[in-house]
Ligand binder design. Structure first.
Ligand code: SF4
Ligand code: SF4
Length: 419
């Protein structure tokens, strides 16, 4: 039985916070609103007080715990590597256990637990796209025509695919003899919102000749439910995915979504021995491609006459797992890309799962800084490795009246490959 870690399991880590405050300067939520409850030190003190029974789960407490992006920037700077994002996530689970899920949390839990319902909603959204959304200029996304619960009207959204990625392709795609077999865990973002990036990933995988499995009955990884505090949903999804993936023989599970990578590669292995294999088998697509010598193959392609200036945004769920080099390595090797680093490429974009739903104003402030760094870099494109970040970055750029486009690195990879 898959079981998420509880707040009580973090007793030792909580005690390791020495209240030095080194995390303050690196917390995007604290940067936007200077309040101690926003920063790691304050949240750890609250979690500690909760465990000791010194604080009630009253409104102020709930607000402080909701004001965390789970971005891990604090942990990276912390002398004792206190995992604040895990402690906050565990506190949210405890809150939900005792007080029940919020209305939004209930919605997330219901939709994610029933893949069929998610499928129907997404397909209806795709079919009714023209009715529900208005397109923004120059292909920079869509906005809702009518107000909807939890989505403000000024938010840029990607169009919902009229045909999800997993419906576009067979479950098995044969590669060259002697090549490894990879299982593509698509995640919801690629399946429903960015299926072309999934197609681009297939093009890259076919280029190197690997065998590909795209399990039809895979589910959401459950990360949005972690952020919402919906423990039972996360555990159910982990078990469903284990059952769906275990039907196949594969060498690696590849992801093109930072959140799925962290869900399967970090959170699942903490949930039970049955997931231990995932720690080594789950690979981000760019880590996998680099290991397969893909960057060298790209170097052999003729340089394009027209160069695109591209910068890179590090998704938190890859940065905190130490995956920063490989996406850049692939970008730099692309024949049409003139790569440029932006300032603070590793800071959170402000999405943070449920954070941007509950605190959209602060979320916009955080991404506004990012949009400015993108502009200052001189890049026309900001590439990344996470559908959620693409959506948030484009929203921030549009709010700043920027001309840049956010996209998946895979879209640029597919553009560079022949055929
Ligand atoms: S979380 Fe780490 S950096 Fe922040 S106050 Fe505690 S020990 Fe210091
Ligand atoms: S995880 Fe991110 S938002 Fe939360 S306290 Fe740490 S730095 Fe701040």
């Amino acid at each position: 039985m898959a079981k998420l870690k509880k707040l009580e399991d973090y007793r030792e880590e909580i005690d390791q916070c020495v209240k030095c405050g080194a995390c303050r300067a690196h917390c995007p939520a604290f940067g936007a609103v200077k309040h101690e409850g926003r920063v790691a030190r304050g949240k750890i003190a609250l979690a500690d007080a909760l465990l000791k029974g010194d604080v009630e789960m009253e409104d102020r407490f709930l607000l402080d715990m909701s004001q965390c992006l789970l971005c891990g920037s604090c942990c990276a700077q912390c002398p004792n590597k206190v995992p604040t994002e895990d402690i906050v996530a565990a506190t949210r689970l405890k809150i939900a256990e005792e007080k029940g899920l919020s209305t939004f949390g209930k919605g997330v839990a219901t939709v994610l637990k029933h893949q069929g319902l998610l499928d129907v909603l997404a397909k209806s959204g795709g079919k009714l796209s023209n009715l529900l959304f208005k397109a923004l200029p120059e292909n920079s996304g869509m906005k809702l025509r009518f107000p909807a619960p939890f989505i403000t009207a000024d938010r840029t959204l990607p169009p919902v695919a009229s045909k999800p990625f997993r419906d576009r392709h067979p479950e098995f795609i044969k590669g060259d003899a002697g090549q490894p077999t990879v299982l593509f865990f698509t995640g919801c973002g690629i399946n429903y919102m960015y299926p072309d990036s999934g197609d681009a990933m297939l093009k890259a995988l076919k280029f190197i000749g690997v065998n590909i499995i795209i399990p039809k009955d895979q589910n959401c990884c459950g990360l949005p439910a972690v952020s919402a505090g919906a423990a039972e949903t996360v555990e159910t999804l982990a078990e469903k995915n284990l059952a769906a993936l275990s039907k196949h023989q594969y060498d690696y599970i590849v992801t093109a979504c930072a959140s799925c990578n962290a869900g399967l590669g970090k959170i699942y292995p903490e949930m039970g021995d049955e997931f231990v294999d995932y720690e080594s088998k789950v690979k981000d697509i760019f880590v996998f491609l680099v290991e397969q010598g893909f960057a060298e193959k790209l170097d052999e392609l003729p340089k394009s006459e027209v160069q695109k200036r591209v910068t890179y945004h590090d998704p938190c769920h890859l940065r905190t797992r130490g995956i920063t080099k490989e996406p850049r390595q692939i970008l730099k090797a692309l024949p049409q890309v003139d790569f440029v680093e932006m300032e603070d490429a590793g800071t959170c974009c402000g999405l943070g799962g449920t954070y941007s739903v509950y605190h959209y104003d602060t979320s916009k402030e955080i991404v506004a800084k990012k949009a400015n760094f993108i502009k200052e870099s001189g890049a026309e494109l900001v590439a990344t490795d996470c559908p959620g970040c693409i959506m948030q970055l484009q929203d921030g750029i549009n709010h700043a009246d920027g001309q840049q486009r956010a996209l998946h690195i895979l879209d640029l990879v597919a553009e560079a490959l022949p055929g």
